[in-house]
Design a protein around this ligand. Structure first.
Ligand SMILES: *Cc1c(COP(=O)(O)O)cnc(C)c1O
Length: 338
């Protein structure tokens, strides 16, 4: 029994999801004629109360398309210092948009309205024009931490007062919604654009969706084509997304409970240092004493348990729909015995 905790991107489509994919109605999406892609886009737009949406092959493309539409070359984008758009997208903001980034240090990946105010450049020809703020929820490097709603609203107000756009990297937004009880339509109201991933905890093999106003998505569709992301019978993949939105959201609560139970078991061990608060499906903890992060990961691998040493002293485990309750039980007993 292989227990794969390195990432929630390791999920494979369920039998039911594969069935939905096999029986998808498809057409040429570059002509706007793939009914499954159109349905997925309508579904996501409706969920967030937005006018339109755009299916993209990856979350990286969806974020980068949004940033390209929201900025002009020479602009500055504000984000947290460990934001995915900044550290994990290959320098895409510079490469695609010719914009630079001003990072601010957050608390578990979350930034505040005061920090945004402090990061906005004055209207001065010496300075880059600040045009966009990107938030990430849940925060990947922040151990799956969620924003408080009031903090997001405060950032929105700062953006409004300063003429800035607000984009959400919501790769794991549904984890945040399930954990906090916040709603998609709340998010749709305050963000100019939202990118969600279907290929993480929702269990699809591929895909992200970008949502926003009709005007924004019209521009985004052009940029997606320029990036090489205009796909043809993408409905086979979009059908997986439709299935996931209908069946895989509420079950994220199980993943969160699993991550918390792992944290509880680890807390009893002498080799466990600080455990980042577990709010969703990501668990990051410090390793000390008898093990280094790498030797603990190696030891677990002997039990066919796979996790990642993300620094010499830190391990990350991510729960998802291919980590069953039985697997968690086995993992807990292995941890007990270490
Ligand atoms: C995974 C992820 C993305 C996008 O990833 P792709 O692999 O390109 O789909 C974007 N932001 C965050 C926070 C992520 O975790």
């Amino acid at each position: 029994m292989r227990i794969e905790l390195r990432s929630d991107t390791f999920t494979r489509p369920t039998t039911e999801m594969l069935h939905a994919m096999m029986h998808a109605e498809v057409g040429d999406d570059v002509f706007g004629e793939d009914p499954s892609v159109n349905l997925l886009e309508q579904k996501v737009a409706a969920l967030f109360g937005k006018e339109a949406a755009l299916y993209c092959p990856t979350g990286t493309m969806s974020n980068q398309v949004a940033i390209k539409v929201h900025t002009q070359p020479g602009d500055e984008v504000i984000c947290e210092q460990q934001a995915h758009v900044y550290i994990y997208e290959g320098g895409g903001i510079a490469f695609h948009s010719g914009s630079q980034v001003k990072t601010v240090p957050g608390k578990q990946g979350r930034i505040t309205a005061e920090q945004v105010v402090g990061a906005i450049n004055p209207d001065d020809i010496h300075r880059a024009r600040t045009s966009l703020v990107c938030l990430e929820n849940t925060s990947n490097r922040g151990g799956g931490a969620c924003y408080n709603w009031e903090d997001i609203v405060a950032i929105r107000q700062v953006c409004q007062m300063n003429g800035l756009r607000l984009h959400l990297d919501g790769a794991r937004l549904f984890n945040a919604l399930v954990a906090t009880g916040q709603t998609a339509s709340q998010y749709g109201e305050v963000f100019d654009s939202i990118s969600i991933c279907l290929n993480k905890g929702l269990g699809c093999p591929i895909g992200s969706v970008l949502t926003g106003s009709a005007e924004f998505i019209k521009k985004a569709r052009r940029v997606r084509k320029v990036f090489g992301g205009g796909m043809r019978q993408a409905g086979y993949m979009a059908a997986a997304g439709i299935y996931a939105l209908d069946h895989h959201i509420n079950r994220l609560a199980d993943d969160h409970a699993h991550a918390k139970s792992i944290a509880t078991a680890l807390a009893k061990k002498d080799f466990t240092g600080e455990i980042m608060p577990v709010e969703t499906n990501i668990l990051i903890f410090e390793v000390k004493g008898r093990f280094t992060a790498q030797t603990l990961a190696d030891t677990l691998r002997h039990y066919d348990i796979h996790c990642m040493a993300i620094s010499p002293t830190q391990i990350r485990m991510v729960t998802h729909l291919d980590v069953s309750a039985a697997m968690i039980e086995k993992l807990l007993s292995v941890i007990d015995g270490l």
